[in-house]
Design a protein around this ligand. Sequence first.
Ligand code: ATP
Ligand code: MG
Length: 644
Amino acid sequence: MEATLAKVGFSEIRSDRLSLCETPAWCFLLSVKALILEAMKSSALRMSTLFVRTLREDPADADVDSARLLQRAGYIRKAAPGIWTWLPLGLRVLNKVEDIIREEINAIGAQEVHFPALLPREPYEATHRWEEYGDNIFRLKDRHGADYLLAPTHEEVFTLLVKDMYSSYKDLPVTLYQIQTKYRDEFRPRAGLVRGREFVMKDAYSFTLDQEGLQEAYQNERTAYERIFQRLGLKYVIVHAVSGPMGGSESEEFLAPLAIGEDTFALAPSGKAWNVEALTTPEVEDIDCSGIPEMTALETPDSRTIDQLVSQSNALHHRKNGEDWTAADTLKNLIIAVKRTEDENHDMPWREIVAIGLPGDRQVDMKRLEAQFAPYEIEEATEEDLKAHPEFIKGYIGPMVLGPQARAKEEISEPVRYLMDAHVARGSQWITGGDRDGMHIFNAVYGRDFEADGTVEAVAVRQGDMSPDGSGPLSFERGVEIGQVFQLGLKYSKALDLQVLDQNGKAVPVWMGCYGIGVSRVLACIAESHHDEKGLAWPLAIAPAQVHVLATGKKEEAFQAAEKVVAELEERDIEVIYDDRPKVSPGVKFKDAELLGMPLIAIAGRDTIDNGTIEIRNRDGSESISVPVDEAAQTIANRIAALA
Ligand code: ATP
Ligand code: MG
C-alpha cells in the first residue's frame, strides 16, 4: 500500500514513517473535507440541536474580550492553559479563515502540503534549534528512547523535503505551504487564542535559485497577506522587523493594532511603522561647539549614580546661565560583554568587553542593543570583567579610558571598543566620568574632546524621537503579531545542505524565505476588534452563518413563518442559524443572537402574527426594518450582497 501510494506520488514515506505530505494526497483529503463541508452547508444550524451552550457569566480566567466572548458564545472551550477545543461554531469560523488564506496563497502559485506535528530531533539538531528554542519546545521520547519534538515551526523539514525531491535549477522556483497545528510551550499563555501552546499556523516556504527570485517570492507572499487581511476585515500595519532566532536578513511583521497586544510598534507621521527593536535613528546634525569652554575635571564626591551626580553638580558647580543641571546633561558609560558561546563552526567561545555612551536621562534597551550585536549575545559586564580593566573606576567611567582615547594611552593594556548611542550629536557638551573616584569632567564635547569607534542603537526609543524616515516624531502603539515574512537567505539550505545544480552544472545552495500567519490568533484578533458589550459581531466573510433567524413567542404562526424564511434562504445558498427552540423566552433568544454575532438577525414574533412582517436587523445596530414574510428572504439576500 505504502509503496503504491509512493509510486503514484501520493505520499512521501520517510524512514521514520511520519510524513504524509505530498501534494496530490493532501489535495484529495482536502476535496473530501470540502465535500463534507458542502453537504453540511445545505442544512440550517438549528439551535435546538446545535452543539452549543452559551454562558451568561464570564469565565473566571478570561483576560481579554475575545477569550471571554468566544467562550461565552460557545465557540471554544479551554482544555488546558493555552490549549483549546474547537466547538462547531468556532470550527466553522476557523475553516472560513483557513479557506480565505488558502485561496490567496494558492493564487500566488504556492502548493499545499501537510507535515506531521511530531518530528524527530535530528533536523532541528542540525540547525541548532533543538537547543536555541530553549524551554519553548515540547520535547518527548518514543518507547525506544529516541528524541522527538512537537514542531514549533517547520523550516527544517520543508528544507529536507525539497532536498529529497529536487536537484536542479529547473525545479525552481517553488513555494510550499501548510495550514497546521504548532506547539510552543509558551512561558505565559495568555489572551485565549492569541498566545496558545497549541495553535494553528499557516507556514509557507519559498525555494529559489537566487536572491532576486527570493525577493520576488517574498513580495508575492507579502501582497497575498495584504489581500488576506483585507478580506478578513482585520486592520493591520506592516512593520520593519529584526529577524530574531530565525536568522536571515529582511523581515517584516504584520501587526493588528490592538491594545491587548504585547508588541509595541512605532508609527511615523508618514504612516510607516517599525518594530521597536528595528528602529534606527536618523543621523543627528552636528552642533556648533565653538562657544563651549575647555573641559575641566571637577570634584563630585559620592556621585556614582546619575541622580547623585545631578544633585552634586547643582550643589557644587552652578551653571553659568543659572539653570539647573539635569540628567540630560550627563553622559553615562555602560560596560557590556558581547559573547559567543559556540558558533556554527564550533569555534572557540569568546567574550569582548564593550563600552556604550548614552545620555544620562535615557534608559538602555537591552533588546534593541542585543539586536545590534546579533547573532552574539550581550549581558552587563560582571564584577570580574570590570576588575580585568583597572582603568575602570566604578561610577566614574569616562570616555578618556575608552575606545580611541584608551588606545592612545600606553598604560591601558587592553583598550575596549567605545560605541556612542546614535542620539548623541557631535559637538554636544556633557558632564561625564573623570576616571577618578569623586571626579567628573564638565564641558566634555563629543567630537572635540573625545571620539567613539562608531554609533549604536542603545537607548529605549521614546515618544517624540525622530522617525527613521525623518518624516517627524514617532508615536507608539500596541499591536498583536498576526503574520511575519522573512527572507531567510541561505541559513537553512547551508545547515541542511540543500543544493541544486545551476545552469553551469555547479552545485549552489538554494535561497529560502519563510512566511507565517497565526491562523487561530487571527481569528481571536478579529473577535477582539469586532464585538460590543453584548457579544461578537463577525464580519460577513467569516461569520459561522450569514443570518440568525429567530422564531419567538409561543404561537405556531411565528415558527411557521420563520421556517418558510429559513427554507427560502437555504434555496439561495445562504447560511443560516435558526433559533427554533420551543419554550425559550424571546429575551434569551435575542441575547444569544447578539452574543453569537451573525451579521444579520431576522425575527419572527408578535409582529409576524399581527402584521405579517419579519424584522431584519444588522448586528452592528446600523439598520432595522420590517418587511412582509414573503419578501424577507430576498431582502436578506440583498443585505448580504451589500455587506459583501
Ligand atoms: P510572538 O512574537 O508573538 O511569540 P513569533 O514571532 O515567535 O510570535 P513566528 O515564529 O513568527 O511567531 O510565527 C508565525 C506566526 O504565528 C506569528 O506571526 C503569530 O501570528 C503566530 N503565533 C506565534 N506564536 C503563537 C502562539 N503562541 N499562539 C498563537 N499564535 C502564535
Ligand atoms: Mg514572528
